[in-house]
Design a protein around this ligand. Structure first.
Ligand code: C2O
Ligand code: CU
Length: 465
């Protein structure tokens, strides 16, 4: 397979012409200067444990991928240079941007070769918490560290004194700090291969200092390749204000040890917190893990209290996502399950795990450069749709759709919160219906965010004409 053998040509070249449909209020676009970042994907080393771990992947030689900050309605230019001797491509998870900027090899762009630069340029239509990760050599590069958080600020700060990003990542390490194999065939065919070192921002149990009594926006992002986290906070004045980037419409109650919040790979939660009143008091972010709950990060109050109250925050303004018309919506069904036969994946240059275990609608995705694979569904631009997602397997799948936000409607197993999202958990035996307006044209990747599932067949794409 030659690198320039595009799978498809329809998606390419839509580029900036497709910006129109997303309905950003023109008043939000008052700054024309681009926010610019230059990122070089490279090998890194870092002290994840007492010994330095080599063979990590980041955008600097000795630090985790930084939090990138953009602003709703303001153009961003992110030049991604590849200095690795393998291919890459960068995806902006959750951003509703033009297809050509989506970073999916063979669907929206040619992979970025060694010493090449891809000039990503887009205007985020939505404020909130998003993230970035490679979509070529996805397993190896993500597992070795290349997952970063992308904060898109509201045009006006809703009243926080500070922001704290917590990027949740597990790594799979030997005792000497070197990497264990980043995936296993056994894990790929089951729930995914879990890491053995739990980190927040590449640190084990970090403590972050914030002024006592101040208002903090905690942005928790699960960028792990496999783990569905069950999270809660130690007692605090707190409120969940956003889910998967978007302000909550259907309130999510604050999780507890008994009822933790499920946050799957790819998902995000924003929590408004009032820091404790007294210096030295803590709020802990706790993960329920097999065995014992673990403190993943702590927030420590410092200084004299600011005495702020959560009531002082203004409500977040909803993002301009079009509401689907459920009466006219057509339904498409998708079945997530095993691969129907012993089909072998192709050896696309974006990396193959060597197995095909999974499928969508009985079609296993054969690899990044799968030839002759059509869309799982073709949607008409501007129309409303219901997608019925059925999990035939006994494992949980965080199902992610690129380029659009959707609303979970109902499940056969539980009450779903009707909040805009781009990634929804599909539990064992669960059928979930989601609704959306197909307002962003292009070929949009649709896959499980357990990367071993994605890379062994549980992937495809949806076309919007
Ligand atoms: Cu966050 Cu196709 O991925
Ligand atoms: Cu999956």
């Amino acid at each position: 397979m030659k690198r320039r053998d595009f799978l498809l040509t329809t998606g390419a070249g839509l580029g900036a012409a497709s910006l129109g449909g997303l309905g950003v209020a023109s008043s939000a676009i008052n700054q024309t200067e681009s926010i610019r970042y230059d990122l070089t994907v490279q090998n890194a080393q870092y002290g994840l444990t007492d010994t330095i771990t080599k063979d990590m992947v980041s955008v600097s030689p000795d630090a985790p991928p930084p939090v990138l900050t953009g602003r709703q309605g303001q153009p961003m230019a992110v030049n991604v240079t590849n200095s690795l001797p393998e291919y890459t491509a960068m995806h902006w998870h959750g951003l509703r941007i033009p297809n050509a900027m989506d970073g999916v090899p063979y669907l929206t762009q040619v992979p970025i070769g060694e010493s090449e630069t891809y000039p990503y340029a887009f205007t985020p239509p939505d404020a909130g918490t998003y993230w970035y990760h490679p979509h070529c050599m996805t397993m190896g590069q993500m597992a070795r560290g290349l997952t970063g958080v992308l904060v898109i600020e509201e045009p006006v700060n809703p009243g926080f004194d500070a922001d704290q990003v917590v990027n949740l990542r597990d790594f799979r390490l030997n005792d000497d700090g070197s990497f264990l194999p980043v995936f296993t065939g056994r894990g790929a065919a089951r729930g995914g291969t879990l890491g053995n070192l739990h980190t927040a921002n590449w640190l084990t149990r970090p403590t972050y200092d914030h002024t006592a009594g101040s208002l903090l926006r905690l942005r928790v992002v699960n960028t792990d390749t496999a783990r569905v986290h069950k999270l809660y906070l130690s007692a605090a004045e707190a409120k969940i204000i956003a889910w998967d980037g978007h302000p909550t419409l259907d309130p999510i109650t604050l999780p507890t040890a008994q009822k933790p919040l499920l946050v799957g790979p790819g998902q995000r939660v924003d929590i408004a917190l009032q820091m404790p009143e007294h210096e030295g008091q803590f709020i802990e972010l706790i993960a329920k893990l097999p065995g014992q709950p673990k403190v993943i990060a702590s927030l420590r109050a410092i200084g004299a209290t600011k005495n702020r109250s959560l009531r002082a925050l203004s409500a977040l303004t909803p993002n301009p996502v079009a509401a689907p018309n459920l009466r006219t919506a057509q339904t498409h069904e998708f079945v997530f399950g095993w691969s129907p036969d012993e089909s072998t994946p192709n050896n696309g240059i974006c990396g193959s795990l060597g197995y095909t275990f999974w499928s969508i609608n009985r079609i296993p995705w054969a690899g990044d450069a799968a030839k002759g694979t059509g869309p799982l569904a073709t949607l008409e631009r501007g129309q409303s749709y219901i997608l019925k997602l059925r999990n035939e397997s006994p494992y949980t799948h965080p199902i992610h759709l690129h380029g659009l936000s959707f609303l979970p409607l109902r499940s056969n197993k539980r009450r779903l919160r009707r909040n805009w999202t781009d990634t929804t958990l599909l539990l064992r035996g669960e059928t979930v219906e989601i609704a959306l307006v197909a307002d962003n044209p292009g070929d949009w990747a649709f896959h499980c965010h357990i990367i071993e599932h994605q890379k062994t067949g549980l992937a495809g794409y949806i076309r919007i004409n």
